[in-house]
Design a protein around this ligand. Sequence first.
Ligand code: DGT
Ligand code: CA
Ligand code: CA
Ligand code: ZN
Length: 582
Amino acid sequence: MARRPLSNRDVARIFSDIAALLDIKGENRYRVLAYRRAAEAIEHLDQELYRYWQEGRLREIPHVGDAIAQKIDELFRTGRLTFLERLEAEYPRHLVELLRVPDLGPRRVRTLYRELGIATPEEVARAARAGQLRRLPGFGPKVEANILRALERLPRDQGRVLLSRALEVASELLEALRAAAGADVLVRAEVAGSLRRRRATVGDVDLVAASPAPEEVVAAFVRLPHVAEVRKAGPTRASVRLHNGLRADLRAVRPEQWGAAWQYFTGSQAHNVRLRELALGRGLSLNEYGFRREDGTEVPCAREAEVYARLGLPWIPPELREDRGEIEAGLEGQLPALVSLEDIRGDLHVHTVWSDGRLTVEAMVQAARARGYEYIVITDHSTGLGVVRGLDPERLRRQREEIQAVNARYDDITVLQGAEVEIMADGTLAYPDEVLASLDVVVASLHTGLRQPRAQITRRLLAAIRHPLVHIVGHPTGRLLLRRAGADLEMEAVLRAAAETGTALEINASPERLDLDARHVRRAVELGCRLVINSDAHRDEELDNVRYGVWQARRGWAEARHILNTRPLPALLAALRVGGEG
Ligand code: DGT
Ligand code: CA
Ligand code: CA
Ligand code: ZN
């Protein structure tokens, strides 16, 4: 069986882990940086790295020199990297995870590992509670307390990964499994679990397969080159750990059981409990293979919709399966007509080279046209952001000329000028009113001072929502999934103010943000808020992130009518203005 070539993402991950391990080891800063830059470049290549390798063009990639090209070559030839293996013998690879804890930089991680043999967040927390960290060089009681607090705030996320990452891994696994098992053995295979329900983060990759010979599918699965360790395996199931650190579960059933199995392993558990209760009320028991009548006869379900139909329910979209009212809504024929990706007519929040984006206005417009959009709003950063060089009013004016020129070249798309305007620490905006008034769309966002106390930061965001020239509030809480909690906002007050003023709230579709989250989308929909789904793209391919935003909107029960950028441009602009200038 041929080994599937490593993906760009896999190789990028390897080099960024090398960079982190070298950093922990205390290597020269430039050497660390060299690996980090190579990882960045590989991650964002527009073609398969494998192709570059096959064609002998590795050195054409920015930041890939001889040393790194040789390592890529070894990886593709052997699937291994001796350099990394030697490094891992000194410093275990999962130390890299510790770097995500605020207050734990490479030096402190090295100290922890060298002095106490500590390599996991759990061990750090234990040592901190025992007061062992404060005595280490470079720590002290205050650092110890900070680390412990940070760790205690994270535990819910531990071991979880972003939806985007898990989906990528899942589609690779499915492809490899299809190739390995063959079409006769593998009739169908799909993702299940929280991945299929499109939760923003997932605990593991759940897969379901249908086959006349389930045990052969399981055997092929555990032999995939992606698998590092088989944790559990039986004739119809396997649970494995992958080389990339993720866990994956596979269930294989016979084709006539497909519907019941896919439904069962999609969950959620709470949703399934409710279905089982409904089944019992009809004298049926329900499990992963189908229904069973009281007289013992089996009723398999080949299609998922049959499971629901036998319970008097319409098929329920996976995003709703959380037992948050979808069963009741289904029984009453009141399920929402969820928004879908095809409903989205344009993007209202993208960046270009004018601030921290990678594309010119022209290239971004091409990318938007390639997606069939009717409109795109260029929203580069205002001044006031610190690290990013934002546009002052003079550059903003010059940008408008460029946008107008590009807009004039196309009659199939409308290009508008907006800006992502900083909400300053005191709640004022980074641009004066006359500048705001010159923009087609004003997106106001918080990026700094996110740790202000609840009352203060809520007041600050409310000021932006109530500002008559603000159309949209971008990524309202500022959260970064698995990395940083959002601002401590009084969300009910925020949502109510948005509903009252008509200021739209963004569902930022970046897979690292997904902000508003699904829970707040649901509440926003109930309160009658206006919503928009934006990619916040800084690169061409990031425009496709809109789908993550659509999935979160669906998890929040949103329909197309709740999302302004499902509307044709005149209707969109009219709606935005009601909030802003009406
Ligand atoms: P995760 O992995 O934490 O993101 O969340 P899930 O929902 O993917 O949970 P997981 O992987 O433990 O299980 C996948 C699905 O399988 C789950 O949503 C429902 C079903 N399932 C697993 N274990 C049980 C169980 O003990 N009882 C019931 N009713 N369903 C289960
Ligand atoms: Ca799961
Ligand atoms: Ca699982
Ligand atoms: Zn942005």
